[in-house]
Design a protein around this ligand. Sequence first.
Ligand code: PMP
Ligand code: GLN
Length: 388
Amino acid sequence: MKPTNPMFTGLPTTIFEVMSSLARETGAINLGQGFPDVDGPEIIRRAAADALMAGPNQYPPMMGVPELRQAVAEASLRFQGIPVDWQKEVMVTSGATEAITDAILGLVAPGDEVVLIEPLYDSYLPIVRQAGGIPKLVRIAPPKWELDPDALAAAFSDKTKAILINSPMNPAGKVFSRAELQIIADLCLKFDAYVIADEVYEHLVYDGEQHLSLMGFEGMRDRVVRIGSAGKTFSLTAWKIGYVTAAPNLLAPIAKAHQFVTFTTPPDLQKAVAVGLRLGDDYYADFKTGLQAKRDRLSAGLKSLGFDVLHSGGTYFISTDTGPLGLQDDAEACLKMTREAGVAAVPVSAFYAADPPSNFIRFCFCKQDHVLDEALNRLGDWLKRQRS
Ligand code: PMP
Ligand code: GLN
């Protein structure tokens, strides 16, 4: 029989599913895949339930329900000071994953170069390749995850169609600084390149810092495709509601991809997310403060167990070396830790195309305090058992 598409045939199952299945199987506390263990605000869930019962439960408009598109436009102005036209510049997708796929399919033609920064979210590379794009990988390295401007400049050329940037960045927890974003903006302007900005963690920035979107940088308004996710912003990851904001000429081809990828997204969930985006400043402030405290709790606990914890300024994640686990190979360390200690994490090597650093693991901290504490106890006991 003829071979199936080599772009997907033989790809490993995504590490998030692998580690979550193993956690389920073994009863481990799952600090691997990034999802909260408490669902988001009741007012949002109630709005979804009401909309579901009131109906209609039929195809909504392809671009998204007006309430949500308007709410996304309002949020753009409210949080980033960027006015957008909800009718021409906003589209709703089934999660940011779909939005990223649509954006790549809509912008990248075969032979176009796409700059990607490693470590990178695992959906980017296969979709860029499927689109016929040529990935140009630039690395930021632990422990500081600093961007080397020369390495970045070397990845750009006249063939660069776009850079895909994720800030705050998974798994590094890096929040790109204004200076770093300016370097990216300058290169995009110099080489006439677009930006696909994966900003799913835009509301998860800690230590009093503010999220900056490249869309707000001078000259960049109409070059940036900005992507958000209700899953992250409202602790409702299963809902898979994403949104894309882009200038009309960019959104048009992205919408053409969307119409054949999913076409529409459940309207009851969309209406509820509109309620969420309009919540008061208290919600957003409490959300950040709560997550920052969890970051600090898990970091302190892991440090006390002897892990070298890297700084995380945003996202759901912190990374550490594999240090006390006594294994250099991060994938092996995560498997062993899940099975023996009863705590699952994710190997950072899964976020690289090839030749990854192999001694870092990622822990998700958006869990109830008692769950984080229990995970730390289990790790502590296990490390003691190993030593004795
Ligand atoms: N981008 C990044 C960096 C992510 O961590 C995630 C998390 N799943 C996504 C995109 C996808 O978001 P969604 O669940 O809305 O598809
Ligand atoms: N973004 C989540 C993470 O990094 C996982 C989402 C998924 O499983 N696709 O853990």
